[in-house]
Design a protein. Sequence first.
Length: 250
Amino acid sequence: MNAHHRVGNGPHAVIAVHGWFGDRHAFRHMEDALAHTEFSYLFMDCRGYGDMQQSGGPYTMEQVAADVLELADAAGVATFSLVGHSMGAKAIQRVLTQAPARVRKLVALTPVPASGVPFDEAGWALFCGAVDSPANRQAIIDYTTGNRLTATWVHAMAAYSLAHSAREAFAGYLDAWAKGDFSAEVHGRQHPVHVIVGAHDPAVTAEVMGATYLAWYPNATLEVMPNAGHYPMDETPVALATSIEAFLRA
């Protein structure tokens, strides 16, 4: 079973999946703001991240989804909601296709669509180079938060990702989230989906969400979070926790 930690002991189970630059502690700044008596949050490490750095692959969305279901089984959770950040948002859609009857609601946070992400040549080179280059990681983090946050924070985020992810996992997941396309399998699904993007994220925009999530999911809603870029869990953690739980309660 994947490494994880639990926050809360409420009746509504929620499994959270981190993004490409994170691990299960990516949501740590909002944990104290969560309603611990209403929800039980399970924050898991994907293979190759955090305490799973030595786990080995495969580093695919299908494997992440299988690991989510294994974690739910081990925790005795029959049905659950899902929160996924960036890459993790693509992974939770894979959970939906594998076990739709077990999924209650989905929160897609600055999310990668099920169709992946189109890159131009320069962008692909930047992201591929981030596997080995701290400077590339810093450039990506800075750009996706609107070039407006302190260099200290940007450097710390990049350093954390380097220290808490295995190289082969970081490289493998890039292909998985950027190139894989299973959008045909999610089109028309009736599950409630709440999409949250940051107002200062130039890549994952309301327009992109309108052409993907909102076009595919009939019961999808979109929120643009002020004063946030690609990492609302760091930039606006209390507002994010409030938004997520308002959706899960509705």
